[in-house]
Design a protein around this ligand. Sequence first.
Ligand code: G3H
Length: 503
Amino acid sequence: MAGTGVFAEILDRDVYKYYADGEWKNSSSAKTVAIINPTSRKTQYRVQACTQEEVNKVMDSAKTAQKLWTKTPLWKRAELLHKAAAILKEHKAPIAECLVKEIAKPVKDAVTEVVRSGDLVSYTAEEGVRILGEGKFLISDSFPGNERTKYCLTSKIPLGVILAIPPFNYPVNLAVSKIAPALIAGNSLVLKPPTQGAVSALHMVHCFHLAGFPKGLISCVTGKGSEIGDFLTMHPGVNCISFTGGDTGIAISKKAGMIPLQMELGGKDACIVLEDADINLVAANIIKGGFSYSGQRCTAVKVVLVMESIADALVEKVNAEIAKLKVGPPEDDCDITPVVSETSANFIEGLVKDAKEKGATFCQEYNRDGNLIWPLLLDNVRPDMRIAWEEPFGPVLPVIRINTIEEGIHHCNASNFGLQGCVFTKDINKAILISDAMETGTVQINSAPARGPDHFPFQGLKDSGIGSQGVANSIKMMTKIKSTVINLPTPSYTMGNGGHSKL
Ligand code: G3H
């Protein structure tokens, strides 16, 4: 159970502690932040409201710990990560319990998130050993005007202190996708978890603590964004920021200064459906892509662009599948569970109202109870409706009927987002052309958008992000190249038969 057994030390009465210097601590602020259960809408947990002074201390410790960590052999770093991965998987039940209570993730998905995270940590350890164990060797005489007098050896060195800010929808998985590459590459890591999801993240961090990482190498500060948000992202001790979330990322990137940024800021993933598509396959993927975790995924299908000739058949099929979705609390492993907050539910409702006023066809009646919103397909959506462009981050999916493929591509590319997209057709040649034309970081052919498997590159264009994620890309992003050049007094080919050396 959460906060008990090995996790008892992270809890003080009813408030979860923050993690610094290898210890669980109470904040000197004596203030707490409440975490509201999206289902009950009552306070579920409380976490420490850390102060700026505590952030400063964490940054100092991170800097000191990193200097030693970078001198720890790579195989030892990998060994510790494997250990953390095993501990994380061993404790999947209490961590999943937190995910259910804090972010209303259905039980099965919550367990999957923790297991996937353990696998991601192990995979990163293995990949890191390979990527970081290799460098380049360059010789000077390949560049015009040079003799063979310089041998250049390159290797990858850590950046220093990485600030990781994951979002509420994957507070464990999108935290470890930043923590593991940072650590294997020899960096230290400061985690600022989302408020909803903070307790799941604290449990996850405790698994790293139990694995025995050095003091100060990993820290986790909780608190109000208004108090420590900008302070963290603009902190001079931070050498790199890896952020996943919404518009805040744009603000961070403007303030962050001259440090590498890895950002994933959402999407409006289009699903283009051609006449020859397998309707059953499309419908199944629209359900999975549009409604899993109640649409609260940056890679969710967020607009269906279907050819008019098959639109009726597709809408009918999707409606039949929607009718099968179980709506209710995450504890019952329902498909559709309450969205993360009242603010979020109100925002979704605003999009629905706008679509209603502008004449969209409601395939189901709009139904809401607290933060629980029933799945809704909106047909005949037009570009003047907000839902055509904005991400609801909820179980509401617009369908726009198109008459040409170009129309679909045009709508996809007119979005300010460019995360993923998908196209359904049996014609692979057409699919490739469409993929080429879609201005998104990834295009899935005959499947819904998705980030995983976690070693695949994952990136967004335009407002969807900066840089590329995925295990290997994250490791590389959290390092820089260091060269050592061996300078010879004479070209190295001057010795031996035929050489020009006087030696
Ligand atoms: O919400 C953003 C996540 O990166 C999406 O990940 O495709 O595994 O759900 P997912």
